[in-house]
Design a protein around this ligand. Structure first.
Ligand SMILES: Cc1cc2nc3c(=O)[nH]c(=O)nc-3n(C[C@H](O)[C@H](O)[C@H](O)COP(=O)(O)OP(=O)(O)OC[C@H]3O[C@@H](n4cnc5c(N)ncnc54)[C@H](O)[C@@H]3O)c2cc1C
Length: 416
């Protein structure tokens, strides 16, 4: 069934009795050509592009919980391509271009809203850094504008630009950036993949791999053994755990990241805005809630909930940037498990085991990467070669020292 305005009117006149489930409740088959482990945004996008772009069939996505229960449904929904390094920027710009056509492609309203992102600058040195970043973005085909203080005030008139602890000198704007409704992205990919014959199997945890002579034959699951010609692991915060079943130790640590939402307010934020003197980012949802977050909690954990010291730090940064936020009540907060890599950049690569592939290390930036990650992973799974935008996201960079250290923090995953 295609979704459309016409269909909505027809169903409304019919008492909404004609809507079917968005995807089938598929039962596991004994064998597939491709098994994707993890039904988050990246796993579902991979399955979709395997079927749509690369013409593959006999594909299953195995999800231990439910679709949308992982980070894809827990993030702060920011979509952007304002990266600086040549290894990253073409990939994230490719992703943003896919986002721009995603709703038509999936026939699903993912509430993609290109309302722009501003990174505020508070010092001369930061202005220099943002000019460099903006130029790198433009050279890679993305959009970037340097705003002075007056231009920032035109968009955010309530900012205290001069008499604040950290005066605002201007900002780097990416107008094409914005937000998308996170769980609708998961549902949209799930529905579109299902329509192309992909089996989406929920409540099916992968508990091990079966190998023969250096080749992966399939996966052990809580619903029995399932064979596959190729297995693509895509489990974000559970990466280290799942790959340990294959005897691999990854250059990845798991950390918690929290998000917060206030009560609904009248429109105050036209786009996404970030604080330049710390790590705080905020946007306003279509329901009016301010959606915001900051740094990861900073200790290793697989728990999907955070701790109070980071709540305090995030609120301090919020108050430093918008003192008026102190009047708003926080309604909800939650945590997700981040797969923090040693250099802050992802891995999309083959492993040393034939037929076993890995996608992870997205840190807290993987939502925006969802379309390109799925596309590039589908390319790798089908052709055994990296997609041209993802050639640097390999395991061996940690051996050869070719780090992609966008933040310049060194090999400290808790600081990326
Ligand atoms: C609070 C928060 C805010 C964030 N904000 C942003 C943002 O603004 N912008 C941005 O770009 N990114 C953001 N991120 C990061 C982004 O959400 C993640 O990088 C991205 O969603 C990870 O990919 P995924 O969607 O595939 O992960 P997930 O949705 O976590 O998918 C992985 C799936 O694997 C499943 N799984 C795990 N183990 C197994 C197993 N053994 N067998 C089967 N299935 C298994 C899990 O249940 C899960 O559903 C944020 C993350 C959090 C938590």
């Amino acid at each position: 069934m295609r979704y459309s305005g016409f269909r909505l009117i027809k169903e409304a006149l019919n008492g909404h009795r004609g809507w079917g489930p968005a995807w089938r409740d598929a039962q596991p088959k004994p064998e597939y050509d491709y098994i994707i482990v993890g039904g988050g945004g990246h796993g579902l996008a991979t399955a979709y592009y395997l079927a749509k772009q690369y013409g593959q069939s006999r594909i299953a996505v195995l999800e231990k919980g439910w679709i949308g229960g992982g980070n894809v449904g827990r993030n702060t929904t920011i979509v952007r391509s304002n990266y600086m390094l040549d290894e990253n920027e073409p990939f994230y710009e490719f992703s943003l271009k896919l986002w721009e056509g995603l709703e038509q492609d999936l026939n699903y309203n993912a509430m993609m809203s290109q309302r722009g992102i501003i990174n505020l600058m508070h010092s001369d040195a930061q202005r220099d850094a943002y000019i460099r970043r903006g130029n790198a973005m433009i050279l890679n085909g993305a959009d970037a504008q340097l705003l002075d203080q007056k231009q920032v005030l035109e968009l955010y008139p309530f900012l205290n630009v001069n008499n604040a602890r950290f005066p605002v000198m201007g900002g780097l704007l990416q107008p094409r950036a914005g937000t998308a409704r996170h769980d609708a992205v998961a549902w949209g990919y799930a529905r579109a993949a299902d329509q192309r014959g992909v089996d989406i199997i929920q409540n099916c945890e992968v508990t091990g791999f079966r190998f023969d002579n250096g080749t992966c034959l399939g996966v052990e699951t809580t619903r029995g053994y399932i064979g596959a010609k190729k297995v693509g692991v895509c489990v974000a915060g559970s990466s280290s755990k799942v790959m340990s079943y294959a005897g691999m130790r990854l250059p990845i640590e798991s950390h918690v990241l929290q998000a917060f939402v206030t009560e609904g307010l009248k429109p105050i934020l036209p786009g996404v805005i970030t604080f330049g003197e710390g790590h705080f980012y905020c946007s306003q949802s279509d329901k009016g809630g301010l959606v915001f977050g900051g740094n990861i909690d900073g200790y290793n954990s697989y728990a999907q909930r955070g701790n109070l010291p980071m709540v305090e730090e995030v609120m301090q940064e919020a108050m430093a940037m918008f003192p008026m936020l102190g009047r708003a009540r926080v309604l909800r907060m939650w945590g997700g498990i981040m797969d923090m890599s040693m250099d802050g950049s992802p891995i999309i690569d083959k492993t040393h085991i034939n037929g076993l592939y890995f996608n992870g290390g997205w840190c807290y930036g993987g939502f925006k990467a969802t379309p390109a990650s799925g596309f590039a992973y589908a390319h790798l799974l089908t052709t055994d070669t990296p997609h041209h935008t993802a050639t640097s996201f390999s395991f061996d960079r940690f051996e050869t020292g070719h780090m992609i250290d966008e933040k310049g923090m060194g090999n400290q995953p808790n600081l990326h």
